[in-house]
Ligand binder design. Structure first.
Ligand SMILES: [Mg+2]
Length: 277
């Protein structure tokens, strides 16, 4: 099988930054999740505590073992991104992280495709660049993959993992794998009556399981039907919902427990310390 390029957003996908009331939140997490878990899932970058969502160390290992490429693209500043990725790889591959890091590309704020400057252009073809980039998801800063992250030939084997669809560049919308993101790392809503809240909490915290489960299903379906990777992902993530695809599409598969359960089963083989609350 061809190598797949997995392009991970950082904030609210892989990590959650504690930028205010950090100490109070950190202690709260220790109380809720236990000191061992919290220490294992803490990295620091530019002095800020970053909480790593469970399962990502196992997911990175799983991808590397299957010979895929791991890439990061965060709208954060470069120094922070480089330090955070280094720490993530140290935690994931303690024995050979230096070697692994050589192959891990990192893209940052300055690599975003800023389409706003085309908006009011007197030149129609330039205004068209703006329109094309925004379809279907509005956003002035795009994580354009072609010519920035990968070559044109590589696009069909590239997946952007995001919690914010506004970063998706219109012509590359099929490359998007959407996960549930929240500015919170974890909070204990199990006593609250609002089941929607509990569901969001679960999807946010265990999104690595979802990524793994959905990918596993995508690869199986691709082989079974002998279709392209992105067509398979589109089928499972969009067509299977029977909902209309457009600017308000919500990626409802992010609530499908079957993908979380399958991902958990696979990742648990990579990391026997993984658990689900
Ligand atoms: Mg994000």
């Amino acid at each position: 099988m061809k190598k797949i390029n997995f392009v991970f957003d950082l904030d609210n996908v892989v990590v959650s930054v504690l930028d205010y009331e950090a100490e109070r939140k950190y202690n709260e997490y220790i109380e809720l999740l236990g000191e061992e878990f919290v220490k294992r899932h803490t990295i620091k970058a530019l002095g800020y505590i970053h909480m790593v969502f469970p399962g990502f160390y196992a997911l990175f290992k799983w991808l590397k073992e299957n010979n895929h490429n791991i890439i990061f693209f965060s709208s954060g500043i470069k120094d922070r991104n480089v330090e955070a990725v280094e720490e993530l790889m140290k935690k994931t591959f303690p024995k050979n992280y230096e070697e692994i890091l050589k192959d891990v590309k990192i893209f940052s704020r300055e690599d975003l495709f800023n389409v706003e400057r085309y908006r009011e252009s007197g030149d129609e073809s330039k205004r068209n660049i703006y329109k094309v980039a925004q379809n279907p998801f509005f956003g002035n800063k795009k994580k354009k993959l072609v010519d920035v992250v990968v070559s044109k030939d590589e696009l069909e084997n590239t997946i952007l993992i995001e919690d914010d669809k506004s970063y998706s560049y219109g012509p590359e919308v099929k490359n998007l794998l959407m996960v549930k993101g929240s500015y919170r790392y974890f909070s204990n809503y199990s006593f609250e009556k609002d089941s929607r809240m509990v569901e969001d909490e679960f999807s946010n915290f265990y999104k690595s399981y979802y990524i793994c489960g959905l990918l596993n299903a995508t690869l199986n379906y691709m082989k079974e039907k002998n279709i392209l990777l992105l067509d398979s992902l589109w089928k499972l993530q969009v067509e299977d919902t029977n909902e209309e695809f457009g600017k308000d599409f919500f990626y409802p598969m992010r609530n499908q427990k079957k993908y979380y359960m399958k991902g958990y089963e696979i990742l648990k083989r990579m990391d026997n310390e993984l658990y689900m609350l």
